[in-house]
Design a binder for this molecule. Structure first.
Ligand SMILES: [Zn+2]
Length: 105
């Protein structure tokens, strides 16, 4: 995932998940949640590595991502099974950009 500011998010470094990855949030649509759990349970109960990976592939396709860019503070939203990244504006920043009211004279 790459932010508009150019920051490149890294999920793994030296075989360990990065802080950027750990601080992000997983998003699972409510309508998919039971199906997601079903695949996660199948992954835990799988008797072969192939079955485990297949189940994890199914469940992870249902998961989106919400994270804050450590460089610029943008909130990035990636919906499940999508490569598109949407940048969300924080309310604090939105207030600062709200147009001012002009008084009539
Ligand atoms: Zn950024």
């Amino acid at each position: 995932m790459i932010c508009r500011c150019g920051h490149v998010f890294q999920t793994m470094r030296n075989g360990q998940s990065t802080r950027e990855f750990r601080d992000a949030f997983c998003l699972i649509p409510n309508r998919e949640y039971r199906k997601f759990l079903k695949w996660e349970i199948k992954a835990m109960e799988a008797d072969t590595e192939e079955k485990r990976l297949r189940a994890l592939g199914k469940s992870s396709a249902m998961v989106g991502n919400l994270t804050e860019c450590p460089s610029c503070g943008r909130i990035l939203l990636q919906l499940p099974d999508s490569d598109e990244i949407e940048c969300l504006v924080r309310e604090r920043a939105a207030r600062q950009t709200r147009p001012r009211r002009h008084s009539r004279t």
